[in-house]
Design a protein around this ligand. Structure first.
Ligand code: SF4
Length: 438
């Protein structure tokens, strides 16, 4: 695969080159934050190749030719859910065909398997099951800690955590953060290592009302991640796009996330540049006063686990394309290849303070994930066994690839594969025995 030249000295001369991109290129060159207007230009220009080229430049500044993968397993503990989000094909109602809830024996067996194959991570998520008590979740983590002591437990989206605060009866409408803090403290004590990024969808009231109105909105999602960061837990985030959302709404989603990351990096001691930055549509509850902090300059130090005594931060943004099959929005087409490629690139360029952008191969396909490594992504996720939530084309839930396939895919794309653990420490391994570099 040909490497896209990252040089800004010789801007694209191809027919169709868009001069509107050159002021944006200058900003990228200087590591400046791009505006929503810039994002709009990046999304609408016909010169998509220049957009990919700029994203590749930022990606190579941050990570050189390294592309990350991990060895992980997924555990979906229950698909019973009190909600019925329109884009979701995962949930079942109690008593409906195909519903399941895993007991502790099942959970332990999954933990043992993860430990024995040398997996570094268990990714644990499920529906909002109204019939499980709070203790089910702490018992699950403790049981996993016992049988899989080396495996990092990345568990529970913000949506699930608010649900847990409700079933534990600590949720207060006028002070949602305190209940979530209590829940996270209990879970951390039981073995929780970090939070996945699901449930964010697209932070926009119109989209929220139309596609997932009973699910928590932006302010609650952000509150959960804020509290997690304050407790020293790293988190991740997603953007499920290509359903009823518009590109403009995706850009605002990105802006809200990067301001939230400004806040996390400020807590870690990063020094920003512009405290007068006015961001649009930041939920009032966030009260973000942090300066703009970018990581896309040459030589910028990326946050690392060694800073975790000061707080957590967002590690990765994963844009997730919507798959209509089996959902209540089945009539919509869903996004196609070029839109997915462009969205990865725009995400890399707009989210200048996120260390990592993931091309999640399960939803993007491995060949597309290869292309995305040249369009801003630096991570393709892991070997992944049993991924129930969403999968390409409604295929079997047994989604798995081998380490060899992942490494080959990365090398074929012209990058150096590096195994990472959940918090992006490099992993050295001898078969199933592994160690993370500090
Ligand atoms: S997206 Fe999550 S909260 Fe919504 S219906 Fe599906 S499992 Fe339930």
């Amino acid at each position: 695969m040909t490497t896209l030249a990252p040089s800004l000295e010789s801007p694209s001369r191809l027919p169709g080159a868009d001069p509107a991109l050159e002021p944006i290129a200058r900003k990228v060159e200087q590591g400046q934050r791009l505006s929503i207007d810039d994002g709009r230009t990046l999304y609408h220009t016909p010169d998509i190749w220049r957009v990919l080229e700029l994203a590749d430049l930022v990606r190579r500044r941050m990570h050189g030719d390294v592309a990350y993968y991990n060895i992980n397993r997924h555990l979906n503990y229950s698909n019973v859910c009190a909600l019925s989000c329109k884009f979701c094909e995962f949930y079942r109602k109690a008593g409906q065909e195909g519903e399941y809830t895993r007991d502790l024996d099942y959970v332990k067996e999954e933990g043992r398997k993860a430990q024995s194959i040398g997996a570094t991570e268990l990714h644990i998520v499920g529906g909002l099951n109204p019939y499980l008590p709070f203790e089910y979740y702490t018992d699950m983590l403790r049981a996993l800690r016992e049988v899989a002591p080396d495996v990092h437990l990345k568990a529970f989206t913000a949506v699930e955590l608010v649900h847990l605060a409700r079933i534990a009866k600590v949720y207060k409408r006028n002070d949602p953060k305190s209940g979530v803090r209590w829940v996270l403290q209990q879970l951390k004590e039981a073995g929780l290592g970090s939070l996945p990024g699901g449930g964010a969808e697209v932070f926009d009231e119109r989209v929220h009302k139309e596609a997932f109105k009973t699910k928590i909105g932006a302010h609650e999602w952000l509150d959960v991640h804020l509290v997690a960061h304050e407790l020293g837990l790293n988190t991740n985030c997603t953007m499920l796009y290509g359903h009823v959302d518009q590109r403009e709404e995706r850009l605002r989603h990105m802006e809200i996330l990067r301001r939230s990351q400004d806040q996390a990096l400020d807590r870690l001691g990063y020094v920003g540049e512009d405290s007068a930055y006015i961001a649009r549509d930041i939920p009032e509850s966030q009260q973000i006063t942090a300066p703009v902090i970018t990581l896309n300059k040459d030589g910028a130090t990326l946050p690392s686990p060694s800073m975790s005594d000061k707080g957590g931060y967002y590690q990765t943004i994963t844009p997730l394309p919507f798959f209509p099959d089996g959902s209540a929005l089945e009539h919509l087409p869903g996004p196609a290849g070029l839109e997915n490629l462009r969205t990865i690139a725009v995400t890399r360029l707009m989210l200048d303070n996120f260390p990592h952008v993931k091309a999640f191969w399960i939803m993007q396909t491995l060949p597309m994930a290869q292309l995305m490594l040249e369009a801003g992504a630096d991570d393709i996720d892991g070997t992944v066994v049993w991924y129930d939530i969403t999968k390409v084309g409604g295929a079997s839930t047994h989604q798995e690839t081998t380490v060899t396939d992942l490494k080959n895919a990365i090398q074929e794309a012209g990058f150096t594969p590096v195994e990472r653990d959940t918090v992006y420490r490099r992993v050295t391994r001898d078969g199933n025995t592994w160690r993370a570099e500090s």
